[in-house]
Design a protein around this ligand. Structure first.
Ligand SMILES: [Zn+2]
Ligand SMILES: [Zn+2]
Length: 305
C-alpha cells in the first residue's frame, strides 16, 4: 500500500502539462522557476522513489492486508457516499501522517527530503523520501483498513490526495480569497514549506485544511513575514543520495554521540531535540521568535533615551 499506485501514471501527462504551463508563465513573467542542480536532484529523487514504490513488499503493506482481513465491517465500494467517507477518512489519517512526519524525528528522517526544496515548483511535489517503507509513518492509515476499506481503495484515495497537492507547489499563484483556510492552496503550502519560525510545522492538510483548523495548526501567509523555503539546517548539497539520507545520517550521528538513555527521545522526540534541553525544536524556535517580536513591539512603545 502506498502512494505509488498506477493512478500516478494516469495523471503523469497532466503533471507534465502543469510543469510546462509553469515554465511558460514563468518565462513570460521573467522568472527563474527551475534551476539546474535542484531540478536534476528532484528528478532523480522522484524517479528512484517511484522505482522503490514498484517493490510491493513492505511491512505496512502486509499490515494493511492483515487489518483488512480482521475488519469489523465489510464496506460496499459501489456507493459514492462510501467514497465521500473515505475521502474524509484519508484527509484525517493524512493530516496525522503528515503532522507526525514533522513532529517525530524517526518519521521526519524520510519527510525532510520533501522539505529540502529551496525553490517552489510543481516538480518538487514529487521530491519524496526513499525510506517510507523503513520509517512506516503510513501505519496511521491502518484504522481505515480495520474499519473495512480495502487496502486498494485507501491507496487510490491517498494517491489522488497526493496528486491534488502537485499544484500547491507553485510560486505563481497568489492567495485565493475565500478558499484560504478551507482548501489547501499554494499560499497555505508555501507556509508549510517555509523555515520561518512562525511558519514551522503548520498547514499539514492534504486537500483541505479542516483538520489544521480543528487541531490548531493552521497559519495564514502574511505579507510582513515573507516565506523562506527549505530546512532550518540545509543539506548543503544537491546530490540526490545525500538529500535522501542526510537526516538519517544526522540522527545516527546524534545517537552515537549520546547516552543510551537519550536514544528514545533522539529517535522519537521532535526534530532538533537535544538532551541538554537546548535543542532547536520548532517549539523553541517559535518561542524565541515570539520573544523577539514582543521585545521589538515593546521597544516601539518605549521612547528612546
Ligand atoms: Zn511536510
Ligand atoms: Zn509539499
Amino acid at each position: 500500500m502506498g502512494i505509488n499506485g498506477p493512478i500516478f501514471y494516469y495523471f503523469l501527462p497532466l503533471f507534465l502539462a502543469m510543469i510546462g504551463l509553469e515554465l511558460w508563465v514563468g518565462k513570460r513573467r521573467g522568472l527563474t522557476i527551475y534551476t539546474k542542480a535542484q531540478t536534476m536532484a528532484s528528478i532523480w529523487i522522484g524517479v528512484v522513489q517511484r522505482l522503490i514504490g514498484l517493490v510491493k513488499l513492505s511491512l505496512t503493506g502486509l499490515l494493511a492486508v492483515y487489518f483488512y482481513e480482521h475488519r469489523i465491517y465489510t464496506i460496499p465500494l459501489d456507493d459514492w457516499r462510501v467514497w465521500a467517507l473515505l475521502f474524509v477518512g484519508v484527509e484525517f489519517t493524512y493530516y496525522w501522517y503528515h503532522r507526525l512526519s514533522h513532529e517525530v524525528r524517526w518519521f521526519w528522517a524520510t519527510h525532510a527530503v520533501h522539505h529540502s526544496i529551496e525553490e517552489m515548483n510543481v516538480l518538487g511535489a514529487y521530491r519524496l523520501g526513499w525510506t517510507s517503507k523503513l520509517s512506516m509513518a503510513y501505519l496511521v492509515n491502518m484504522p481505515l483498513m480495520w474499519i473495512g476499506f480495502t487496502p486498494e481503495s485507501v491507496a487510490t484515495m491517498l494517491a489522488l490526495n497526493l496528486f491534488y497537492q502537485s499544484w500547491l507547489h507553485t510560486d505563481l499563484i497568489g492567495r485565493l480569497g475565500p478558499l484560504e483556510g478551507v482548501l489547501n492552496t499554494p499560499s497555505a503550502h508555501r507556509v508549510h514549506h517555509a523555515k520561518n519560525a512562525d511558519y514551522l510545522d503548520r498547514n499539514h492538510g492534504g486537500v483541505t485544511l479542516i483538520f489544521d483548523r480543528l487541531f490548531g495548526t493552521y497559519v495564514e501567509e502574511r505579507d510582513d513575514e515573507p516565506v523562506e523555503y527549505g530546512l532550518v539546517k540545509p543539506v548543503g548539497s544537491a546530490h540526490p543520495v545525500k538529500i535522501a539520507f542526510h537526516e538519517w545520517g544526522r540522527m545516527f550521528a546524534d545517537l552515537r554521540a549520546r547516552h543510551l538513555k537519550d536514544w528514545p527521545a533522539t529517535l522519537f522526540g521532535p526534530p532538533g531535540w537535544a538532551p541538554d534541553g537546548k535543542g532547536m525544536t520548532s517549539a523553541v524556535l517559535r518561542a524565541q521568535y515570539r520573544a523577539r517580536q514582543a521585545e521589538s513591539a515593546g521597544a516601539v512603545g518605549v521612547p528612546a533615551e
